[in-house]
Ligand binder design. Structure first.
Ligand SMILES: NC(=O)c1ccc[n+]([C@@H]2O[C@H](COP(=O)([O-])OP(=O)(O)OC[C@H]3O[C@@H](n4cnc5c(N)ncnc54)[C@H](O)[C@@H]3O)[C@@H](O)[C@H]2O)c1
Length: 341
């Protein structure tokens, strides 16, 4: 009995594979390496001192999926495979709808064909209304403002219709807030292609000397210090949320939608200070204009995750910064092309 993990070599996928292996699950993993390297999973196997089954392939490739399902006794799927860069999604929307939405349909079709109807799906807080400045609950207004967020909402709606059409389906849609940090070993972590889109990898790359300075977009938001406030969640907490969701699906029916966040907001300047405090590094930054589409405040109400999944985030901002820095300082070029371990 195995768990199939799509997009397994990526940032969240690799950390989740490790927690699955540590918890005793057998893992069948695949990735097309559009945004990752095999090295992450090689290190996962070393950390777990266990192997997983890995195949290179694309989630849109039905024949590839059928081959996997016919060869392995898969009982549930955790679906990470997708593109995730907001700016890129605005420039190339069709690529995003094809990869994210078509891939999620192909996966569900093949799961249905093989009567595997337990699924955990990576959604995102970008599905919520950007104007919502309060703590966000799962029933808060949905209004994504870019193709990436809309692709996630479309998939949620498709899976809702699927669960309504067939009561055997058990689906958990997890809306992540801002995943950061890395496994405490410093062996696996976030390795973005090119200039990072997200704040923590940007800060880490400034700290390690790959980038010279951080731009802080806007200092006149109605927040504690004028900079944007987000809900940063340690990637290991997030990974454990997937294990909790798998467990919860045994007793839930239909589709459940759950926020995965800490419930605590942290401003950009607070994150910079926390990183400096945790690492002893100084992060040069300068304030620039607000970025269109950015919102002032976005943090989760995580209470449903606690009541439905029995899960809550454990790690604080200090640990997130320490772990992000351990990963970045041990791997200044990310996974690069060679194995350091
Ligand atoms: N990291 C975040 O800030 C964040 C926030 C909310 C939601 N999410 C979602 O969580 C999931 C995982 O995110 P991540 O941060 O680990 O991103 P990631 O890019 O590191 O991982 C995604 C993985 O999927 C693979 N992939 C993409 N398209 C594929 C395809 N067609 N077939 C097979 N593999 C494919 C990539 O190569 C990559 O390894 C994504 O669906 C993302 O949209 C991420």
């Amino acid at each position: 009995m195995s768990i199939l993990v799509t997009g397994a070599a990526g940032y969240i996928g690799s950390h989740t594979c490790l927690e699955l292996l540590n918890a005793g699950f057998d893992v069948v993993a695949f990735d097309n390496f559009s945004n990752s390297k095999m090295e992450s999973l090689i290190r996962v196997e070393k950390l777990a001192a266990r192997s997983l089954v890995f195949k290179q392939g694309d989630v849109r490739d039905r024949a590839f999926l059928q081959d996997l399902f016919s060869k392995h006794n898969i009982t549930a799927v955790i679906h990470f495979a997708g593109h995730k860069a907001v700016g890129e999604s605005i420039r190339t929307p069709l690529t995003y709808y094809d990869n994210n939405v078509s891939g999620s349909i192909a996966l569900a079709e093949v799961m249905s064909e093989f009567s595997v109807k337990r699924l955990v799906f990576s959604s995102s807080a970008t599905v919520y209304d950007a104007q919502n400045n309060l703590q966000i609950r799962e029933d808060s207004l949905l209004r994504p403002i870019n193709p990436y967020g809309r692709s996630k909402l479309m998939i949620e709606q498709i899976y809702q219709d699927l669960a309504a059409s067939d009561t055997q389906w058990k689906i958990a849609t997890l809306r992540y807030f801002n995943p950061v940090g890395a496994h405490e070993s410093g062996m696996i972590g976030e390795d973005p292609n090119g200039i990072p889109n997200n704040l923590m990898p940007y800060i880490s790359q400034v700290a390690v000397g790959r980038l010279s300075e951080l731009s802080v977009f806007g200092s006149d938001y109605p927040t504690i210090d004028g900079t944007g406030v987000r809900d940063y969640i340690h990637v290991v907490d997030l990974a454990l949320g997937h294990l909790a969701a798998l467990q919860a699906l045994k007793s839930c029916s239909g589709l459940i939608t759950v926020n995965l966040g800490t419930g605590k907001g942290c401003s950009v300047l607070e994150l910079i200070r926390a990183f400096e405090h945790a690492t002893g590094r100084v992060i040069p930054y300068h304030i620039v204009e607000r970025r269109p589409g950015d919102l002032a405040t976005c943090y989760a109400d995580p209470s449903l995750a606690e009541s439905l999944l029995g899960w809550r985030a454990k790690f604080d901002i200090n640990t997130m910064c320490q772990d992000a820095w351990r990963w970045q300082s041990k791997n200044p070029q990310g996974y690069g092309n060679v194995s350091n371990y």
